[in-house]
Structures are given as structure tokens and as C-alpha cells.
Ligand binder design. Sequence first.
Ligand SMILES: Cc1cc2nc3c(=O)[nH]c(=O)nc-3n(C[C@H](O)[C@H](O)[C@H](O)COP(=O)(O)O)c2cc1C
Length: 484
Amino acid sequence: MDWSNQPLPFKIYSSLEVMRLPQEFPQTGVSSLSAIADSIRPGTVGIPDLQTLAQVLYFSAGITRTRKYPGGEIYFRAASNTGALYQFELYVVCGDLPGLGAGVYHFSPAEFGLRKLRAGDYRGALVHATADEESVAHAPATIVCTGTYWRNAWKYQARTYRHFGWDNGTLLANMLAISSARGLTSRVIMGFLDDEVNRLLDVDVEREVAFSLVPIGWQSEPAPGPVPVYEPLGLETVPLSQSEVDYPLMRTTHGASSLASAEEVRSWREHPTPQPLPRETAGDRFPLQPLSEEQMPRDPIEKIILKRGSTRQFSRESISFAQLSTMLDVSSRGFPADFHQPSHALMNDIYLIVNAVDGLRPGAYYFHREARELELLQAGDFRLQARFLGLDQDLPGDAAANVFFLADLPRVLNAYGNRGYRAVQLESGVLGGKLYLGAYSLGIGATGLTFYDDDVIKFFSPHAEGKSAIFLMCVGKKLPKPPK
Ligand SMILES: Cc1cc2nc3c(=O)[nH]c(=O)nc-3n(C[C@H](O)[C@H](O)[C@H](O)COP(=O)(O)O)c2cc1C
């Protein structure tokens, strides 16, 4: 990494005034575990006002902590992100809301404010770009998430493209949970005409691209029809670095997974989710035993998001089977997305290495999601193997359990075409983000982790044969920090 050329952590429009957002939020009073697990039924009328919108933005991508280091300051955000590089920008496209006029806005976490890019109601442009997606048509506001290549590629080079899915996903886990806690429907939309959304925001597609949309709330009256013409904005932004290194593979991958016609968008969302094929195996099965309603911790979602961080060292102590069961249960129920058909479907399969869970033998497991049962694939102490699989880091060796997301990529790509690659990564990020929140709700630590792709598959084979490793989360008790 070239530290002298480190990219700015924020996008700054130099010529636009910022409109500060309210920073006082009403308590949702909704426990984090139910906010993670549940979503509000589509069609439930709810219109966010400015304060609610601010709350959704803050708990998805706001600055929640800062830490000084010799070269500067790190602005940690509400959701985890590879390398704390925060390459996702949020934009709001809304009609008139209580406290906010219709427009297209850029969210600035640094100042906690919005900058108006276009005045007027442009929601019709998103309705058009999503081929009349119902949740977008009825949404008072839609949040567009864009990924900025260089901000992450400075460290991770072309691998950043994969991080787009993961890091957008963890952010969306927070967004879905906080929206649900505020009684607002929300849904992840990945089927849209890339070119139209990028032009609406007027992003420089060589550098920044729309990756997902999230309609927030529902109003009975759909948004007014398409906005036929919108001019380029030509707004100046502060360069992220003195110079940028180009990794064309990312743009090629993005281009090859772009949608260019309304038919493609419709077929994207109408396709049944390619779920993993069942494999006949005969390992011992253990039904999940989540905490009962009375035993569930009741901390509200906002408190948990503020507490969340990535655990830097696990203590090797065990967690209980009830805790592991609760985390898996709330995080794996599925979430509203245009690529989930039926609504609870998932493309990722869940495998575990259990190091220390009371009531469960250490070993390798497969999670039968529908049956809510863990199947023992192989008993044994796999701490050393977990450490190796997690890129030779101590974290997975010391964690109580490691949760691996694996997918049958050929089936996903067969069903969806190239865009399936975006969705499968993003889905794993949402599930991982939910696991972070689920673990912290129970007072347990968690971290996302990078891994050796092919070795993960070898480890879980023959069961995992033909699949690809998508993402890894470690959970366990945190090692207390030594007193300063
Ligand atoms: C997809 C993903 C992969 C990550 N991989 C690693 C990793 O390999 N090693 C590690 O120590 N932390 C890893 N992290 C944790 C990030 O470093 C952490 O989220 C970031 O520094 C921000 O800090 P916070 O999560 O405490 O807010 C990962 C996080 C995510 C979301």
C-alpha cells in the first residue's frame, strides 16, 4: 500500500452546500434480535420523515467511532467493511417527505448531512430503471448504494469487486434492521438498468457504480411516471488520491454483469432462486435450540449497532449451543430481496467449524436451514485447520465457531447470468452483517474474515464438492483488552 496516496474516506462535492441532518433520534424500542429476524410486510403504509431517514442513514453508514493513529484518524462506521475503507456511498431519491423536499441527495457521513444533486421528484426514473418494480414505485424514498472502486482497490486491488458484495451486504443488514424497527418496509433490489441509475446520480462510471437499491417505506399512491430527460450534473468532487491505479478487471466484471433492457430486469426478478441441491448424507443431526422469548436479551437495535465492532481477539472460551442457535436462527431466515423467489430463499449454504460450543461436539457441520438442524459432517478438533483456512489468522482458530457461506456458483450463474455473481456475494454479506448484530445482541464477539477459497471447499468436501467459498464469519467470546 502506498500510504502517501491513501484515498479520502469520503466523497466530497466541493460546490454544494450541505444540509445537516437531525442527530436526535426517537428510540425504536424494538429488540435487536427481532429487528434482525423480521421484516415489515410489503404494502404496510409508512412514510419516513426527515428524522427517520436520518436515523436509517446513520445506523447504516454513519460514523460511530473514531480512532487516531500516527498517520491520521480512522472514522469507523455503523457496519463492518473490509480494511475500514468504506467504499460505499449512499444517495436518496425521494418525493416530498415531511421535512425534506423531493430530490436526489448525496449522504455525507462526515458532516452527517445531505447535499442536493437534483431538485424535484425523480423516483419515476428508478421505477423505469427497475422495470416497474412495485416496491420502488410505492416507496416514498429509495436509497441507492454505489461502490467506489479505488477507495478499496488502493489496498485490495481487483479483489475489491468481491468486496463490493460483502461490504454492501453488511451495510444493508443494518439498513434492513433499522427500517424494520421503525416499522418501514424495505427490500434489496439488484435488478435495474445500470446505465439509467448511474446517469441519474451522474457518477463517473469509470470510478463509481450503483450496486443496490433499497426502497424504504410504502405509500398507496405510486410515484409519478418516468422523468424523461435529466441532464448530466457535471458537479466537481474532490479527487480521492493524487493518482489512482487502474484495475480494469473490476470494470470488465461489472460491465459483464450489467443489465441493459427491461426484459433482462424482469427476468432477473421473476427467476426462482437457485437453491442448493439436497445432498444425502447420514451424519448425526442436532436441532437448533434457540433461547426462549423470555430468555432473549431485549437491547434495542440502535444500542447494538453502536456497540458492534469487529472482534480483534477471541478468548477460546466456549459459547452455549443456545447462543449459537439463536444467532443462526435470527440471521438465516432470509430477507426481502428481488433475487429471493420464494421470499425466504437463499443461494448460500451454511457450513460451520465448531471449536467450542457447550452441548455440541467440536467438528465440521452443515446447517439444514429448512429443518433448522445442524448435521455433523466430521467430528474433531479443527482449530488449526480453521486458523489456516482463515488466511493464517488467529481469529478463526480462537473463535468458538466459524460460519462459512458456500454457494453452488454454476447453478447461480446458470439461473441469473453474470449478475448472479453480484447477488451471491451481497447475500452472504447481508447474512454476515446479521450474524454480527445477532452475536453482539447476545454479548458475543464476531468478525468477518477473508479465507483461502479452494482450501475451504477441500475441507468441507465431499459434501461441498462443486461449491465455492463466498464468505466467512467468526463468532466467540472476546478476549478482554488489557487495562491501559
Ligand atoms: C467482508 C469482511 C472481511 C473482513 N476480513 C477481515 C480479515 O480478514 N481480518 C480481520 O482482522 N478483519 C477482517 N474484517 C473486519 C474489518 O477489518 C473491520 O470491519 C473494519 O476494520 C471496520 O471495523 P469494525 O468492524 O470494528 O467497525 C473483515 C470485515 C468484513 C466486512
